[in-house]
Design a protein around this ligand. Structure first.
Ligand SMILES: [Zn+2]
Length: 119
């Protein structure tokens, strides 16, 4: 992976902000940590198309209603990081990396367990 997953403290803070203040605030926190410009979250399924749950176009991430979740937000954020850092990746490679980034980010985070709501 070309972009490093942030340290534990940052990941936990992201999850906490996500739960308490929402996905835009949480994303703003992460882009600030990486020192890149913000990524705007736009809930607009019509922009997405192709049966996908989200897509990234020039500093904006578009989501369908079902697609708006932590994993997809982190996936699209990876595209944003690649874009703002000007990394040259093939489309397939970037897609693979974005998936691993989101998966590893959430796997490594213990607080997702402790944040899970009890019924
Ligand atoms: Zn993607």
């Amino acid at each position: 992976m070309r972009i490093r997953i942030p340290r534990k403290k940052v990941r936990e803070r992201f999850l906490l902000i996500y739960e308490l203040e929402g996905c835009q605030k949480a994303t703003d926190f992460l882009t600030e940590c990486y020192g890149v410009r913000r990524m705007k979250i736009v809930p607009n399924g019509r922009k997405v198309g192709n049966g996908d749950s989200a897509c990234y176009i020039e500093n904006k991430a578009y989501f369908t209603k079902r697609g708006l979740n932590k994993r997809t937000v982190l996936h699209e954020l990876y595209h944003h990081l690649v874009d703002t850092k000007g990394l040259e990746l093939s489309e397939t490679m970037e897609e693979k990396d974005a998936n691993s980034y989101a998966r590893e980010f959430l796997k490594l985070s213990t607080s997702s367990r402790f944040l899970t709501r009890k019924a």
